[in-house]
Ligand binder design. Structure first.
Ligand SMILES: [Zn+2]
Length: 336
């Protein structure tokens, strides 16, 4: 059924369906979510060729603004212009500066970048990247991968490669409190007979404060994404200050005080709570985004839904045109 619908969308999309849904959803600003960029096509990255095509589409049919601009309109009681689009990017990797930023400038499309301040400060690198690096560092993947309390064993008939093991480790470790996560990764490194470098290799490196200053001067909207990228509801009350307030303080100290939005790490429903949401608001962030869309209108400025951008033109066109949001709304109505 879904596959059938998807075939219809693929066939009709180019001849009017996207245009029709753009019209139907013109009053619902879409917030798009990106993570990583590469110059050549690469799994999990949006390549520069794809991004250039996506920005051309945005320029042709939409009204792109930064998230801070949109929040400013809403907070002053205004309405966003029809077909408003916000392009957001998470984490603060250097590839945003090297690959995406020159294209955003060329196409004159503004963007919001959410940075993990401890990552830019050089205090840490992101743990899913540490896992990827560790799995890459061994010549052959062992039949058993142990990151206590997580233990993965190769199963007959199941695909067992770096990418499937990485995904299984990420899913399992995501459920651990931060301290346990880091000791699990240290134990995994020891078990594989290797050591994590203190600073991330260039492939996993962060943007620098200097690069952020230059980009902000040229119009980039820089928001917060915590200090160390933890799962916020699992963070002790005392440490929420470091993750939320200190993140804000670092941004203001390095880039100057100004209104800034926030982005919850991982961004699924279990990754923020009422207490976390209130703390973000109290810290002075002007709004916050999650990492999923569910067909809801934007009724809470601290739980703004986002649509995943992708290297696939089909997924991208659905997200951009509003077709994905419309489909979710219809499903909500049917389920109600
Ligand atoms: Zn993130």
């Amino acid at each position: 059924m879904v596959a059938g619908l998807s075939r219809v969308v693929r066939a009709l999309g180019p001849i009017g369906l996207y245009a029709a849904s753009r019209g139907l959803t013109r009053r619902h600003p879409r917030i798009l979510m990106y993570h990583r960029f590469s110059s050549e096509p690469r799994r999990g990255f949006v390549s520069s060729g794809t991004l250039a095509r996506q920005l051309t589409m945005i320029r042709r049919h939409f009204n792109p603004v930064t998230l801070s601009q949109l929040l400013d309109i809403w907070r002053s009681g205004g309405k966003a212009a029809p077909n408003t689009i916000v392009l957001t990017v998470d984490d603060g990797y250097r590839d945003f500066h090297d690959v995406a930023w020159p294209l955003l400038k060329r196409h004159d499309v503004p963007a919001t970048l959410f940075v993990t301040t401890g990552f830019v400060d050089g205090e840490l690198w992101l743990w899913p990247d540490q896992l990827a690096w560790l799995l890459e560092s061994v010549q052959t993947l062992p039949e058993q991968v142990v990151a206590p309390p997580v233990q993965l064993q190769r199963q007959p008939g199941k695909v067992w490669n770096r990418s499937t093991v990485w995904q299984a480790l990420v899913n399992a470790l995501l459920r651990l409190p931060d301290g346990e996560k880091h000791s699990a990764i240290a134990a995994l490194a020891a078990g594989l007979g290797t050591r994590l470098p203190a600073a991330p290799p260039s492939e996993y490196a962060a943007v620098s404060w200097d690069q952020l200053r230059q980009m902000q001067l040229a119009g980039l909207d820089v928001g917060g994404h915590t200090h160390s990228h933890p799962t916020l509801p699992r963070v002790a009350d005392a440490d929420l200050r470091l993750e939320i307030d200190h993140c804000r303080e670092r941004l203001d100290a390095e880039l100057g005080p100004r209104p800034r939005p926030f982005c919850y790490p991982n961004g699924q429903p279990a990754d923020f709570s009422q207490a976390v949401r209130d703390r973000v608001e109290k810290a002075g962030f002007t709004g916050a985004v999650v990492a999923y869309a569910d067909g809801q209108p934007h009724h809470d400025l601290y739980a703004l839904r986002r649509h995943a951008a992708a290297d696939s033109d089909f997924q991208y066109s659905k997200a951009l045109s509003g077709l994905e949001w419309l489909g979710q709304r219809v499903r909500r109505m049917v389920a109600a």
